[in-house]
Design a protein around this ligand. Structure first.
Ligand SMILES: [Zn+2]
Length: 325
């Protein structure tokens, strides 16, 4: 039923709507600290549903077909952001088992031992044995200390800290993580969360697409034009060197139109020679949706019926994007 409804809402050709799903991590085992995070068993179920209901296409081909008005009915692409090692270790074997393809957007500066600030926060909170994390004297606008007594308190502490740091400059975020790690009494944080370059090459060799996602995952709208251009162009060049071929797809870090990227960011991505870019605005993409701000969607439901219904609702949703140039 869901496949048939999807074909009605998104028929082949000019009236087609391209739906693009976003994932970040696929954990080998569920994480008690993040019960909502996608794990292997859940991703396997999702792949089974999506394969049955939709026509899953490589994102680069889907972008091309959309431009030419020849998308098949109920077209869908799968994407992953950031470049986590579990994308290679856990998600890739599942995708292959289902005969599916996906596009992986990589923040190149963290490959091979790096760590994004949000994971620094998560892992220092996870590893701390203190009853609370003292924050006195830190310019964080969070008073006192954050309780770490139980899992809900730790989850709340992680959310509070990430929200407080998200819109700060990249170097400042990483410096805060170093300070917080010391305050939390944590000696070492993991350095194997992100892929190594050879794993990116292996994904590509397995028929997956690779896209650029800047170097350090900054909020592009907060950078000067020169800084933003360097982030965008360098991530493309690094990946092209690594893969020995052109990289035509880009994903804006965080991806919310106006908040995380602006009209200047869009212009810089066009000028850098990309074919298309994806945002995190929810919705599906009609023939006239801006190719440099394609909408995506994060599904979260656990049951088949709800998951399917949510994708059908998203198929009809018009994304709220910045005005195209
Ligand atoms: Zn990202």
């Amino acid at each position: 039923v869901i496949g048939a409804l999807a074909s009605l809402l998104s028929p082949a050709g000019r009236r087609a709507r391209l739906q693009i799903l976003i994932f970040h991590r696929v954990l080998a085992q569920p994480d008690p600290l993040f019960p909502g995070e996608t794990d292997a068993a859940r991703f396997d179920r999702i792949c089974g549903w999506v394969r049955r209901w939709f026509k899953v296409l490589p994102l680069d081909e889907a972008v091309q077909m959309r431009a030419e008005g020849r998308l098949p009915a109920r077209a869908l692409s799968i994407t992953f952001d950031d470049g986590y090692a579990d994308n290679h270790d856990v998600a890739l074997p599942i995708l292959r088992r289902h005969g599916l393809t996906a596009c992986f957007f990589i923040a190149t500066g963290y490959l091979g031992g790096g760590r994004m600030f949000n994971d620094g926060v998560v892992e220092l909170v996870r590893r701390s044995t203190l009853p609370q994390l003292p924050l006195d004297g830190l310019p964080l606008s969070i008073p006192g200390a954050l309780p770490l007594g139980d899992l809900p308190a730790r989850r709340a502490a992680i959310t509070t800290l990430i929200d407080a740091l998200k819109y700060r400059p990249v170097a400042e975020r990483l410096e805060f993580v170093r300070v917080l790690q010391a305050r939390a009494g944590v000696e070492a944080l993991p350095d194997d969360l992100m892929m190594r370059p050879d794993q990116v090459v292996a994904l590509h060799g397995a028929g997956m697409q690779i896209g650029a996602h800047t170097v350090t995952h900054p909020i592009l709208a907060r950078l000067s034009a020169e800084e933003a251009r360097a982030e965008i162009e360098r991530s493309k060049a690094v990946l092209e060197e690594m893969l020995g071929r052109r990289v035509g797809l880009f994903a804006y870090p965080n991806g919310r139109p106006g908040t995380d990227y602006d009209a200047d960011s869009v212009r810089l991505v066009r000028q850098a020679g990309f074919d298309a870019a994806v945002s995190t605005a929810w919705g599906s993409n009609r023939a006239d949706t801006d190719t440099f701000q394609l909408a995506r969607f994060t599904p979260w439901d656990r049951t088949r019926a709800r998951f399917g219904a949510r994708l059908l609702v998203n198929l009809r949703r018009e994304p709220a994007l910045l005005a195209s140039e």
